[in-house]
Design a protein around this ligand. Structure first.
Ligand code: CTP
Length: 414
């Protein structure tokens, strides 16, 4: 029999000392309670690949909730239990989370529905997971601390760069796994096994039944990877893009715009829905994106972007006309529109928007309501009109201080 791999050296190398001590303590508590404790999930795969990942997901062969109670006593911190899922979470005073689950099997009554959960052993627990490379565990009990448990050939697939499902219904039970598969493919430079690809292509009826928020959540994880563009390209080539995101299209323009938006560091915190815009804007399908705008701020962003998109360029040919028409539009949609214009229309217009975006933050208040009252103007919409006009003149460089603004006002009112 092949000797089992032990990852203890990698754990010592990649995990901070306090995490290693924590894992050892978990192993000791498990010994005392006479149960088996395992580190499971993506962190096992990442340790094997020598990638940093500090998630602590524990599975207990035995009563996970009772284990979590005992562990919370020893470790301190707050305990949260989720009895129907047989899971618990400990939040330590350092802020560190430990997720603890009872080894369990899941049964689906209907495809794409939430599963029923029953207590089981580690093998079955791993079997309900997505891919062989994610279905490995590290034993934490003292006698076998660090031993890799790999019942489904995850190690072999890691060596050969394969993403492989554990059984033929995996994608039918949870079609978001197809998006995960494509994400892992690009992230690790792997490829789907032949069977896995075939199962993905056959899962379309289940994909169509998925809820918008699950698709959106998984796509958002795709967008977060530096390989997002390659993943969407692959999704398009496999003819899966429109199954997950109806009416989305993929072109050189969408690719370039997504690449630009991906550089999020320079954009601040943009709502998730913004990253979908490149998939809809170029083919005039923006109205279909509204199903992915789940929050109020996302809706506002889309509305503002749509408003900008239908404005016609000739009326926006100067800084003043831009300010007059779009002064109420927030920075984020304006920035996204700028990226869109850069790719779809002309560079000069994009540069003008950029200049406007920068200048509008520095507009001084040259006039006040008092100035208008002093001219016996009755308060009402005309106040707003004069104040806005003076801002437009300033941004165009036609007036530069209060004196010139008053002069202009007097010439207009008299
Ligand atoms: N999982 C699954 N099916 C899903 C989502 C998750 O089987 N649709 C399983 C996988 O085995 C995964 C584990 O749950 O390893 C934890 O999920 P998550 O934290 O989302 O994934 P990671 O593999 O840790 O991925 P990442 O490295 O991107 O965080």
């Amino acid at each position: 029999q092949k000797e089992k791999r032990n990852l203890i050296d990698t754990m010592v190398e990649l995990l901070p000392a306090d995490k290693n001590r924590l894992l050892q303590t978990i192993g000791h508590i498990a010994d005392e309670m006479n149960v088996n404790a395992f580190l499971i999930g993506g962190v096992v795969r990442d340790l094997w690949l020598h990638r940093k990942n500090e998630d602590i997901d524990i599975t207990i062969e035995g009563d996970g909730i009772a284990f979590a109670r005992a562990a919370a006593k020893t470790l301190g911190g707050s305990l949260y239990t989720h009895d129907s899922f047989l899971t618990a979470k400990i939040v330590l005073s350092s802020g560190q989370h430990i997720d603890i689950a009872t080894a369990r099997a899941e049964y689906y009554d209907a495809p794409s529905s939430l599963p029923k959960v029953v207590r089981s052993n580690l093998r079955e627990d791993l079997y309900r997971r997505d891919f062989t490379i994610n279905a490995m565990a590290i034993h934490l009990n003292e006698a076998s601390f660090g031993t890799l448990v790999d019942p489904f050939g995850g190690e072999k697939d890691l060596t050969n760069g394969k993403i492989r499902v554990l059984h033929n219904l995996s994608f039918i039970e949870d079609p978001t796994r197809i998006l995960r598969a494509l994400r892992f493919e690009q992230k690790f430079g792997y490829i789907l096994s032949e069977d896995t690809l075939r199962f993905a292509k056959k899962a379309e009826p289940a994909i169509i039944r998925l809820s918008t928020d699950r698709i959106k959540a998984e796509c958002t994880r795709l967008f977060e990877e530096v390989t997002a563009v390659a993943t969407f390209q692959r999704m398009y080539e496999l003819e899966l893009l429109s199954a997950f995101i109806p009416f989305a299209s993929w072109s050189l323009s969408s690719k370039r715009m997504l690449e630009n938006l991906e550089n999020r560091a320079s954009m601040g915190n943009i709502p998730d829905v913004a990253l979908f815009i490149p998939l809809f804007a170029f083919q005039g399908q923006l109205q279909h994106l509204s199903r992915f705008a789940l929050t109020k701020s996302e809706n506002q962003l889309l509305n503002s972007f749509s408003r900008l998109k239908i404005l016609n360029e000739p009326t926006l040919s100067s800084l003043g006309s831009l300010h007059e028409n779009i002064h109420d539009i927030e920075n984020t949609p304006l920035l996204i529109f700028e990226k869109y214009v850069e790719i779809s229309k002309n560079q000069d217009f994009a540069l003008l928007i950029k200049e406007y975006r920068k200048k509008r933050h520095h507009i001084p208040s040259l006039l006040t309501g008092d100035d208008l009252r002093a001219l016996n103007l009755t308060p009402g919409p005309q106040y707003k009109h004069y104040l806005l006009r003076s801002e437009c003149l300033w941004i165009e460089g036609k007036i530069s201080n209060r004196e010139e603004a008053l002069q202009w006002l007097h010439s207009r009112v008299k």
